[in-house]
Design a protein. Sequence first.
Length: 600
Amino acid sequence: MSVPHGDEARVIPISEAPSFEQQSFERPSADELAERLAKLLAFLRRRVTGDYEVDEFGYDAELTDKVVLELIRPLYTHWFRVETLELKNIPDDSGALVVANHSGTLPLDALMLQVALHDEAGRPLRLLGADLVYQLPVLSHLARKTGHTLACREDADRLLRKGELVGVFPEGFKGVGKPFAERYKLQRFGRGGFVASAIRAGVPIVPTAIVGAEEIYPKIGDLKTLARMLGLPYLPITPFFPLLGPLGLVPLPSKWMIEFGEPIRTDEYEPSAADDPMLVFNLTDHVREVIQQLLNELRLRRGTPSRHFCDPRVQPPRSRRCSWHGFHGTPKGNPMDLQLSGRVAVVTGASKGIGLAVARTLAEEGAHVVAASRTPAEALADAKVTHVAVDLMDPAAPARVVARAVEEFGGVDILVNNAGGPPPGATLPRAGFMAPDDADWAAMFEFNLFSAVRMIRVAVPYLLERGGGSIVNVSSTMGRQAGAVNVDYSAAKSAVRALSKSLSAEYAPQGIRVNTVTPGAVLTDWWTKEGGAAEVFGGMVGADRDSVISEVAPTMMGLATGRLVHPQEIADAVALLASPRSGSTTGAEFVIDGGQLKEI
């Protein structure tokens, strides 16, 4: 048996392998029987003598095409009746990363996805498997033979750079082994290693939704003790297993649909961008959200019980949703006009994070935006935003910002007080009441409360001059759920909430609405930067930065969504509150925290 490497590896053309549909069910003639027998004997001879080829990963194309796929194709065609949609989104011959949801208790969805792409797109799929797959003697060898390899950075990068079609299930065992009650709810996508590999190789990510696998083995329980003894992630209890013994392993015949979403390009990033944790986490969240939307739509298309039609988790058809302009943009083509075109908005703390997302969103909605921050943001260069470089801890700064808005655009309609967080020179988190001294308390209130007070004091006369407007103050869940960490910050943000409530009562009769947006943990550089919150928390619990962001922090804070909030989600809420569409909303507080606060 020869084992060529790299570009020398030869893959037997898929067209040489007869498909299930091409096989005739009529009685073959004697000549046909002789020809088939000759082919079978030739195949067996090659297997016995080792006269066949595998590539550097162990992929045996002939064995896969003519044996393995032939055995599972009846399941694909007749048992699950798999239907594929949008195959045009799979590249004809270049590399791509297919990212799909994982479900079904046993990973039959991986096999059905492999058959779909082999038979209907003419592409072999090289799946990245979990460590457990390669620890089992027979399964490990078979996985290698059918083109799969260990889910590690090195193998993924090599395959993608060779132009292969690579498949990955980021949910892993959390997805395939989830209870039936949580069907079609995506689990966490981990640290986004698959995104980093796609960026390094410059290949598109194809988000893929698989509907039907959830019903084949409805998991209603788990034999955890026995699973631990056997070294398995779970040992499922279904309505038929272990009750019916081996018969319970027969999958139920559900109807499957697989949809391949629009590719998400990564070639616009430099390969070094794969080392930017914020970009990787953002893009990972975007892929996850796209797949969840595809799942929701596909369930509606396939047919679901009527109660799902009033389930807010089920999204409307794509034709009624906005389409995304990349990940870092805001939704385009939104069917609801926010009526912000031509209005003048002042946004503080606009150089990064939430403020940057708010400034960009308002600008894309047609508003004239004046962005205030100590340093300009390169990301706003193309957004038609007027930047004013100020330090809002300077009492004279708010007047300069508002004066620029009046000079450039004739007034002010919207004020977003986003500036806040640790004052310049301060590092959070810090534990205990005794940690901050008087100077720390003064700086914290100066930056988080008094900067907003002064901005409002300067802006209100101009808002009244134009017949009213909207003020949105950005607080924090730490202002609602205080603890022994960041005591001074919690107090300052609680004061911001009280300020909003008082102002809403005073100025609503004069046409000025005042509301609060209260974010939870938001994925900004406050978390991701070197020496940031993730590293500080990691030092406390003995975890690395990536693990803190993707797993430790969401778990510690009890985030129901299993992930940190994205700045764009905050910006969308701010845009809605700033809009005349929210004309009767004042004195309200919008909490956007991933389900962190558990209060009525």
